[in-house]
Design a protein around this ligand. Sequence first.
Ligand code: BG6
Ligand code: GLC
Ligand code: GLC
Length: 830
Amino acid sequence: MFAVHLLAFYFTKLKEDQIKKVDRFLYHMRLSDDILLDVMTRFQAEMVKGLERDAHPTAAVKMLPTFVRSIPDGSEKGDFLALDLGGSKFRVLKVKVSEDGKQNVQMESQFYPTPKEITHGNGTELFDYVADCLADFMETKNIKHKKFPLGFTFSFPCIQTKLEEGVLLSWTKYFKVRGVQETDVTSSLRHALRKRKDVDVDVLALVNDTVGTMMTCGYDDQRCEVGIIIGTGTNACYMEEMRHIDLVEGDEGRMCINTEWGAFGDDGSLDDLRTEFDREIDLGSINPGKQLFEKMISGLYLGELVRLILLKMAKKGLLFSGKISAALRTKDKIETKHVAAMEKHKEGLQNTKEILMELGLTPSEEDCIAVQHVCTIVSFRSANLCAAALAAILTRLRENKKLIRLRTTVGIDGTLYKTHPQYPKRLHKVVRRLVPNCDVRFLLSESGSGKGAAMVTAVACRLVSQRKQIDEILASFELSKENLIEVKNKMRGELEYGLKKETHATATVKMLPTYVCGTPDGTEKGKFLALDLGGTNFRVLLVKIRSGRRKSVRMYNKIFAIPLEIMQGTGEELFDHIVQCIAEFLEYMGIKGACLPLGFTFSFPCRQASIDKGALVEWTKGFKATDCEGEDVVDMLREAIKRRNEFDLDIVAVVNDTVGTMMTCGYEDPNCEIGFIAGTGSNVCYMEEMKNIEIVEGTEGKMCINTEWGGFGDNGCIDSIRTKYDKEVDEGSLNPGKQRYEKMTSGMYLGEIVRQILIDLTKHGLLFRGQISESLRTRGIFETKFLSHIESDRLALLQVRRILQQLGLDSTCDDSIIVKEVCGAVSKRA
Ligand code: BG6
Ligand code: GLC
Ligand code: GLC
């Protein structure tokens, strides 16, 4: 019994001694939490530097925008190909994502070797090889006949300006292919694919493996917003707020940033933590001075770090009784998989012994314990350093979201993390210690980055096809120069019909004589009342005009609302209401007794026999009061004044708003001979030669013609440029079939056209997540003022979104962009 205890004591003691020895030798590699918190702070500063426009060029940590803006939302679907190049294995995949209620992903894949001739050859050979492998894969899977969208996982730092393009900054890890650096890798891939006629793929996305990992995990856990790789190399990406990314236009939403944290320390900022072994590794690598953080952490270097340490310890006589084998002197003889095997829980010690013997050494029991501990220190340091940088990212995410506690998921992959027996546990534990205010779920990416690349491609694919559909719809609003000339010629023809005696009665452009025969000459004077009915506002005005040296016009006016039920009630009610407003105005101005001459701006088509007579031809715009069409509006106004029996007025003129506008401007500019309204409605008047106006007696001088061009097209002559949305707006209006040109051009209808397009886009799932809301169904929500506002150049997307929200349209950032485009297309055509 005593002997057993003694033996146990002896072993414990022996182990302790060895561990102490190694600890002392490698004390510099054992990082306390204080040091790790310091590393975390340094990395936080590096991230800020990489994101800032001015600091970015010299920043070691590049913080590369990826143009991946969202995590999968489960609506992705289709068949995709993916390439996964740059990790320990090169893989070609086919990914089938179906949406059949439950998310469902089927993958088939094949690994291909990457021999040294390829990883150290030239660019053309590399991409031809990649294309060969893809073709071989498609051949084996018998899918060569079909066209596929393809996502390219390329695990190296690339500068992207769009999703489907990336310029290689520098090779890392074990790749060093000539002529690729500083070129766009997707175009090289496309070029190689084009050379061979047997495959047809569309390279839609270039993604880093970290991004692929985040997307793979994001498909299963929507909370996933970080992707990290601890494999051959190491790196991380995360979702950053757009407003912090100086290198990319726009402030809305988030974008995934590929940190390229492997380069942390390349500017010397980790020199105090790097050991002689780290320096040696670096010097022996294919990219000295580069990826210094990666070289302290990742799988490509861990085994070699252990070998260098063992060699040094042996040289010092601290191991193997000072004996050194040829293998121990040989670079890369110890690999990360050996480190993992030596650290195995139960078999570890036995594995260590076997591995050392393989290396031609004859290790003692003590040696094995010591070597195992060296492995632990090296791999633990790796996990510690990753944890510190990850803690910095998590803190940044938490602060970006202004949260006290962050709950999040980290998608993670890489051979070191996956195959090392203790690594995950250690990493998780340290992260939780460093950022106690983050609840982190670590989600292992089971199916690699390829699936994520397919997700990114699926999103890209959806966007491409959505873009196409939107472009097609908006293209129907584009007018070529030829179209415009055709419209011009037709309009010209219709104007002439309207003026001719034989055709006037049936003309759609009515060409109404106004009996206004001249523009003001500046000698006008006096006090007048004016009414202005038919635009957005109903106004009553008092206008005082002085002539001569002290020529001036003074106006006093009051705006009155005309309720919808009056606009669309009976004629008597409408005119009674108008007279009621006049009474209020006279009262307000204190001129109830004065019988002033009155001009009535009545912005509807009137057939006039003199300046003070005008029979309403038909209502347009939003008016539909009964018993008015065909009646003289001056008479109706007079009768309403009589009915009220409170005051009298001398109605001397009835004018269209276009005529009013021409006269207003003519008072300032004697050359003015056209009046144009682009308002609630659309219309033009102009001065025509009397000899051309066949329906009015006389051939001398000129008369103003109210064209009523809003009716242009009512005979179908511009149907070729009308869209189905115009037809819908027309059908839903108060006067279907009438005022077709006005309905394509004026304020009262543009918003409705926009609404019809938005409804259609939503039906096609291109907007508002495919949900047609109650507000979108509501006629008239898009008043002209909202349209103008949305189109204002200086308006940021966020504000557009706010306007839409006010209108009850819950829009995403992408929705807002589309709505703005729709408004632009409609108003441009108008
Ligand atoms: C106003 C005129 O300036 O413009 C009105 O005084 C006219 O008579 C109006 O109807 C047109 O624009 P809006 O605002 O109605 O549609
Ligand atoms: C290297 C690459 C990086 C990649 C990482 C993991 O650090 O530069 O792009 O993500 O390895 O594979
Ligand atoms: C409508 C009316 C017309 C008016 C125009 C602008 O087209 O019919 O008379 O000028 O709107 O308000």
